[in-house]
Design a protein around this ligand. Structure first.
Ligand SMILES: Cc1cc2nc3c(=O)[nH]c(=O)nc-3n(C[C@H](O)[C@H](O)[C@H](O)COP(=O)(O)O)c2cc1C
Length: 192
């Protein structure tokens, strides 16, 4: 079992990106991984913008990165790139905070015109932080992430059909690094 930190970089309280990530988290948990959901917007803004890593909440966020075997990085596309909020957090992490980790980049956006933001904007930043393995990323249109009457998330079927193998490939990459040859898959766990 690997520990996966699942980070949403949207500032929105009704974020589609966060919904997408929680959908992905459930699949990773079903693969037997321990998932720790995290929203950058939960961090104290003043400490984040002042890069005050002595603040307990920022220090905790840094610890969560340190303890993770895998990291899902989700961001809305803003101005053809990632969100400033996500970058603010990445900037306070150590230079090689992703060293030895497996990383899945995901983005949501309003237009397919910016589908390449995942590979041309986000991926190079993650690579510069020493990520051992960045698996195939994915872009999802915001209108393909819906909310059901009961408040649960509905990912458009065709989108989910394409997203699922991307998530499964990330889960398999985590398996390869964390499971001894011939080892048995552990029970799924969703951490709070
Ligand atoms: C400030 C801002 C800039 C945006 N820029 C783009 C953009 O350049 N390309 C794009 O496809 N969508 C853009 N969008 C749309 C968002 O990426 C899209 O709605 C996304 O799913 C929002 O995610 P969220 O609900 O998690 O915040 C922008 C939205 C905002 C608020």
């Amino acid at each position: 079992m690997a520990t996966v930190l699942s980070v949403s970089g949207s500032p929105s309280p009704t974020s589609r990106t966060t919904r997408l990530l929680r959908h992905v988290d459930a699949r990773l948990a079903a693969h037997g991984h321990r998932v720790v959901p995290f929203e950058v917007r939960s961090l104290p803004a003043e400490a984040l913008l002042a890069a005050d890593t002595s603040h307990p909440e920022l220090a905790r966020a840094l610890d969560l990165f340190g303890q993770a075997d895998g990291v899902v990085i989700g961001t809305p596309v803003y101005k053809a790139a990632y969100s400033g909020l996500l970058k603010a957090l990445l900037d306070v992490l150590p230079q090689y905070a992703l060293a030895g980790k497996t990383v899945l980049p995901l983005a949501t956006g309003g237009s397919t015109a910016h589908v390449l933001a995942v590979d041309y904007a986000l991926r190079p930043v993650l690579a510069s932080m020493g990520a051992e393995h960045i698996t195939q990323g994915w872009f999802v249109l915001d209108r393909h992430i819906g909310v059901r009457e009961d408040g649960s998330t509905a990912v458009e079927r065709e989108t989910d059909v394409l997203l699922t193998p991307v998530v499964d490939a990330f889960a398999a990459a985590l398996d390869r690094r964390s499971r001894p040859a011939g080892g048995k898959a552990p029970e799924p766990v969703l951490a709070g």
